[in-house]
Design a protein around this ligand. Structure first.
Ligand SMILES: NC(=O)c1ccc[n+]([C@@H]2O[C@H](COP(=O)([O-])OP(=O)(O)OC[C@H]3O[C@@H](n4cnc5c(N)ncnc54)[C@H](O)[C@@H]3O)[C@@H](O)[C@H]2O)c1
Length: 247
């Protein structure tokens, strides 16, 4: 199966590291021109841009804030003329007992993981609708189904990503295909930071696969969803997770 995304313009949020980086590289390898969004990680983003090649560019923007998202898309549109593939990947995790959470904790996680998708979709969808096609891919998590003690804002945000995806898929089909990916534990800076807090790598590898996923193993689902091979996929949540959750 050959995947050809040449002529497609993609924007990946939080693409300087981890899964977003792998998705940016995968889309570029398939021929897309990629906007590498990052949050104050100019050095890492520049490396991703160099690896992507072509007309790839990096844009520093906080996707949890309306003004910043407006600037991100204005720059992307000015450089590329439009965005055909939006990958909402940026996210943060917090591990804290529920009764110790502050309102700021809740807002920070929900704004980064879920409100960002509302903002980026509102910025990207009008152009896609005007052109008569587009693809949105949202990065959820298996924890959006499972829930987990001490991860309440994170799991609530990811559950929200799943239903946001399905609702948008219904609202904008058939013109725009909106789908999601719900990865299991994957070897990225996020999981390194998490395990540094919990000290519990065993929980993350207690799956039939018995190991962490690699970012490229998640990115392949995104490249597929972005392509014409996924032309009949609407509101689907692909689950590369090593078998931790079999739906
Ligand atoms: N690693 C895992 O085990 C795992 C599992 C399931 C889902 N996910 C999801 O995958 C996505 C990518 O995470 P990752 O594991 O690659 O970790 P990561 O920390 O490497 O990547 C997250 C990226 O998002 C960026 N980011 C954070 N806040 C931002 C903001 N406000 N604006 C712009 N960028 C911002 C970070 O700078 C970082 O580059 C996240 O949505 C995460 O929840 C990860």
């Amino acid at each position: 199966m050959k995947i050809d995304l040449s002529g497609q313009r993609a924007l990946v949020t939080g693409a300087a590291t981890g899964i977003g980086r792998a998705i940016a590289l995968g889309l570029a390898e398939a021929g897309a021109t990629v906007v590498v969004n990052h949050l104050r990680q100019a050095g890492a983003a520049a490396e991703v841009v160099a690896a992507c090649g072509g007309d790839a560019l990096a844009i520093d923007a906080d996707v949890s804030a309306r003004e910043s998202v407006t600037g991100l898309f204005a720059q992307a549109f000015a450089a590329l003329g439009g965005i055909d593939i939006l990958v909402n990947n940026a996210g943060i995790m917090q591990v804290k007992p529920f009764l110790e959470l502050t309102e700021d904790d809740w807002d920070r996680v929900l704004n980064t993981n879920l409100k960002s998708m509302f903002l980026c979709c509102q910025a990207a969808l009008p152009g896609m609708l005007a052109r008569g096609q587009g693809v949105v891919i949202n990065i959820a998590s298996e924890l959006g189904y499972l829930g987990r003690e001490h991860y309440v804002p994170y799991t609530a945000s990811k559950g929200g990503v799943i239903t946001l995806t399905r609702s948008l898929a219904r609202e904008f089909a058939p013109t725009v295909r909106v789908n999601a990916i719900a990865p299991g534990p994957t070897a990225t800076p996020m999981i390194e930071a998490e395990v540094a807090i919990t000290g519990n790598l065993e929980v993350e590898t207690a799956s039939p696969a018995g190991r962490l996923g690699q970012p490229a193993e998640i990115a392949s689902s995104a490249v597929f969803l972005a392509s014409a091979h996924a032309s009949f996929y609407y509101g689907e949540i692909l689950s590369p997770n090593g078998g931790t959750l079999m739906r």
